[in-house]
Ligand binder design. Structure first.
Ligand SMILES: Nc1ncnc2c1ncn2[C@@H]1O[C@H](COP(=O)(O)OP(=O)(O)OP(=O)(O)O)[C@@H](O)[C@H]1O
Length: 181
């Protein structure tokens, strides 16, 4: 089984990447959904606060790769030749996935701050931002989990400064290549 994980700063295009994988019939394991499942199993209300409590609790108990740990069996039971993991936030998780899956690839999406800000300002999700400083703070928080280090470990760097169609085409080409090897 080939396991692909995507990393990138907030708003870089990870969701776009996953959407193409989904369209191509590649199972996508969303790490946030695995935490959500854990929230349910523990009988907590399905809120962001519960997600935070569970994520922090797991990290305190098992270290920085805790969430990846609970994802490994979920990934392993997918019946597919290629599986995508969405939601990697740190280098410890990357190390665990590459130790667990011999055919592991990490893709980093590279999109500059200003471009990400412009796109997020248009996305219109409740957690989207009003000013660039909020994005800088979010970037810093992500980097404190090891996101910058995780991005450095990527074997594939994908630029997302062009149009959406250009990016989608690039992702499709990469995933088609992974499916056919
Ligand atoms: N090449 C592009 N051209 C125009 N818009 C784009 C492009 N790539 C992504 N977008 C848009 O930018 C926004 C951010 O992209 P996306 O949601 O995929 O990022 P993300 O990395 O998943 O963000 P987050 O870290 O917040 O989950 C979305 O509205 C997406 O549709």
């Amino acid at each position: 089984m080939k396991v692909i994980a995507v990393v990138g700063m907030p708003g870089s295009g990870k969701g776009e990447f996953s959407a193409i994988a989904h369209e191509m019939g590649i199972p996508v394991v969303v790490m946030g959904d695995v935490i959500r499942e854990e929230v349910k199993n523990q009988g907590l209300p399905p809120t962001d606060e519960s997600m935070g409590i569970i994520a922090r609790g797991l990290r305190e108990k098992y270290g920085m790769a805790a969430i990846a740990h609970i994802c490994v069996p979920v990934i392993a039971r997918q019946q597919a030749a290629v599986v995508l993991v969405d939601g990697v936030r740190g280098d410890a998780e990357v190390t665990l996935f590459s130790d667990s899956f011999p055919e592991f690839s990490l893709v980093s999406i590279e999109t500059p701050l200003n471009t990400r800000f412009a796109r997020l300002s248009e996305r219109g999700r409740s957690d989207d931002l009003q000013n660039i400083h909020e994005l800088i703070v979010r970037d810093e928080r992500e980097c404190s989990f090891g996101l910058g280090k995780a991005m450095e470990l990527a074997s594939v760097k994908m630029d997302n400064t062009g149009t959406r169609e250009e990016f989608q085409e690039k992702v499709r080409k990469y995933l088609t290549g992974m499916k056919s090897i």
